[in-house]
Design a protein around this ligand. Structure first.
Ligand SMILES: [Zn+2]
Length: 325
């Protein structure tokens, strides 16, 4: 829920009156429309959460409504609807669940997508053709193929718990996906998210890869790793002694609150670290040397920022960071 509060800065309008057990989010009007048939309202916690999460998508990755990115968009809405339901029902001490719409009519189930006709595997049984993007084909099966990433999220939550899985999904959406991303982009994006949050060779990273693999999404370039030395989650750094590696900074924690730590891949003599806001204005700058830097952000307002690093006058890198207090 805090994710929604953070992004939905202006109020979302809600109106009712369409004769249907369905709900919609209208991007242009910033309005949720909730259907009603007889005395049945499509206004359950998870349906409203689903529509609110469309707003979250609109303000972050802005995944389009077509094909694979459309399926991811629907899935993101189901994932955050479920996390929202979990949050609210936990406060009230009532049980939460993985189904969407159970108080009106169950339309999807993250744990068992196939029970409602959705695929549980990429291009597997129930997969809907994504080459036909017409409205008659649900814009490429967006409300159907979302079963794949819904099941991914469910499997990931079973492995590392819904809190960590939710943070990875949020980070993936906010920093690593863009409008036309598909399932393999989501694999890459969620693995980067887990690396940033939990370490380059963390159990969480490997769990993300396994969960995708269990729904048929994998890549030869993204494979589980083995953390050989305890406490060292930066295997990549030890390679640096022998091989030339790209200058790539790590920023943690992310989201950050009162302090940002920046780690450089190798020793630097003369390093300038700047924090830039989304308008491109530099709001902080520190000169440093060595392997890392810390920037005090107690007086920095919440929001999205870029950490810009120039080392030894030649290596540069940029990373996104969220400040959230
Ligand atoms: Zn939707």
């Amino acid at each position: 829920m805090k994710y929604l509060n953070y992004h939905i800065t202006d109020s979302v309008l809600i109106d009712a009156g369409i004769d249907s057990i369905a709900a919609f989010y209208n991007t242009d009007l910033n309005k949720i429309r909730l259907g009603k048939r007889g005395n049945n309202w499509a206004s359950t916690i998870d349906i409203v959460g689903h529509e609110l999460a469309h707003r979250l998508n609109y303000q972050t990755a802005n995944l389009t409504f077509y094909g694979e990115s459309g399926a991811l968009r629907e899935s993101i809405a189901d994932i955050f609807a479920t996390l929202g339901e979990r949050y609210i029902r936990t406060i009230y001490g009532t049980p939460w669940n993985w189904t969407i719409g159970e108080d009106a009519q169950i339309i999807r189930d993250l744990a068992h997508p196939s029970l409602h006709g959705q695929p549980e595997e990429y291009h597997g049984f129930n997969w809907q053709d994504t080459s036909n993007l017409n409205s008659t084909n649900d814009y490429g099966g967006v409300h159907n193929n979302c079963g794949v990433s819904n099941k991914w999220f469910y499997n990931l939550s079973q492995s590392i718990g819904p809190d960590k899985a939710g943070l990875i999904a949020y980070y993936m959406l906010n920093l690593n996906l863009s409008s036309n991303s598909g399932f393999h982009d989501a694999l890459q994006a969620s693995v980067s998210a887990a690396e940033n949050l939990y370490g380059n060779c963390s159990d969480e990273r490997n769990a993300v890869i396994s969960a995708w693999s269990s729904v048929g999404v994998s890549s030869l370039n993204i494979i589980p790793c083995h953390n050989t030395s305890p406490g060292n989650d930066n295997d990549r750094l030890s390679i640096a002694q022998n091989e030339e590696i790209p200058f790539h900074v790590s920023v943690y924690p992310n989201p950050a609150s009162n302090e940002i730590n920046i780690e450089f891949p190798n020793d630097t003599n003369d390093c300038i670290v700047a924090i830039i806001n989304t308008l491109g204005n530099k709001i902080k700058e520190v000169a440093t040397r060595g392997r890392n830097a810390t920037i005090d952000t107690t007086d920095t307002p919440n929001g999205l920022y870029y950490v810009n690093v120039v080392a030894n006058g030649m290596h540069t890198d940029k990373a996104k960071v969220i400040i959230s207090k």
